[in-house]
Design a protein around this ligand. Sequence first.
Ligand SMILES: Cc1cc2nc3c(=O)[nH]c(=O)nc-3n(C[C@H](O)[C@H](O)[C@H](O)COP(=O)(O)OP(=O)(O)OC[C@H]3O[C@@H](n4cnc5c(N)ncnc54)[C@H](O)[C@@H]3O)c2cc1C
Length: 420
Amino acid sequence: MPEKQHIVILGAGFGGLRAALSLSKKIRKGKLNAEISLIDRNAYHTYTPTLYEAATTSKETANYLQIKEIVTFPIEEIIKKTGINFIEDEVEKLDLVGGDIHCAGGRKLNFDYLVLALGSEPHHFGIQGLREHALNLKTFLDAIKIRDRIWELAESGQQTFRIIVGGGGSTGVELAGEIQGWLCELKEEFHECATKVTIVEAAPTILAGFPEKIVEAARKRIGDLGVEVLVSEAIAKADAEKITLQSGREMRYDILVWTGGVKASSLMGSLPLKMEKRGRVEVVSAMECLPQSPDLKLYGKIYGIGDAVCFYDPASGKPIPGVARAAISQADIVVNNIVNDLKGGKKHRQYKPFAYPYIIPIGGKWAIAKIGPLIISGFLGWILKGLVEINYLLSIMPLGKALRIWLKGLRIFIQNDRLG
Ligand SMILES: Cc1cc2nc3c(=O)[nH]c(=O)nc-3n(C[C@H](O)[C@H](O)[C@H](O)COP(=O)(O)OP(=O)(O)OC[C@H]3O[C@@H](n4cnc5c(N)ncnc54)[C@H](O)[C@@H]3O)c2cc1C
């Protein structure tokens, strides 16, 4: 009897968790001779679309643990009874020729199949002082740091303060709109809404790359909320009190948040895999990673999905954007291809990118959604955002639990969404 195949999935984010859950079902159903290990540095899976809400929830509304419960979900609970072996550890080094994974603390694992799903990390583009002085909005703890910093300022008695959000992509716009709305709701603590939130964006517009109608609606909404927007202005450097723009203008801040870019997990850059022009690991349409040079023999089969890799859309020639939906679709392709390999099949399924629907919430109960050609903005967009969330929760946990978490989130987050 052939040896049991070991499938190791690195990262339990949107792509990695989907791959693990779906693979485990197929392995059990097909009685395949394989086992799955899933590794993540955190014991929990994070639902990133609500991080901006976590960053703007008063301590009076919800404590750390209550917020944690609605934004992050324990992996051990999600994978219960699936046979997946979950390892909470930091992946430090990968030997793709020897087939070894090295974790912090000396743990070493062997793989036959490897799925790289390590996601991305903030990209500071080498801007002087930015890494040291700016907060990020990438993880649950990042969100909590932003909220604690805002709360610290409120409690200090300081009556006016200035928040700068570097980067006017969807994360920056969501966060700026929500902070502005939230702080104006907190007039009792601040006596008046004397807070200024500014988005600084290097491109000529916020939401660069999005359709004009979306940009226009977002610009209007963000303006109505009172957020200041500076476009075609790049941050040249940051220190503990101010940023300096490339134009020479200096802007003092109390809180600086950087949402201006992400790059693939730094572990990816060190791998002997085929890279695209900007140094990211490139995957082919079966979501497989290729060796850096044709004569290099990689161990087992190595797949890559989600934000950690670069996939060129054959239609546009451009890399597809890093969104949860893409990571999930790519996970499905990888699962299919690994199962096919395990069954001894030769044919691999190919990933075909799609114009994934998206929703950008901007302050209170307002969001703009694009589904195919349809653009929906306002309260209806916000309702859609809630439906997308419950739909996702249902894909990773039982109905009762998903509903309980979703309703709890609704009850808590609605309190900083009073604004219509
Ligand atoms: C604030 C914010 C809002 C967003 N909103 C949306 C949205 O509304 N819709 C949407 O489609 N997309 C959204 N995104 C993007 C979406 O979160 C990503 O595209 C998606 O998470 C990518 O999935 P992934 O599986 O590639 O990586 P991730 O989901 O990031 O998962 C990577 C996992 O790897 C783990 N990891 C990383 N390095 C290591 C290591 N060395 N050792 C161990 N574990 C490690 C991490 O802990 C993490 O769990 C948002 C992102 C952010 C930051």
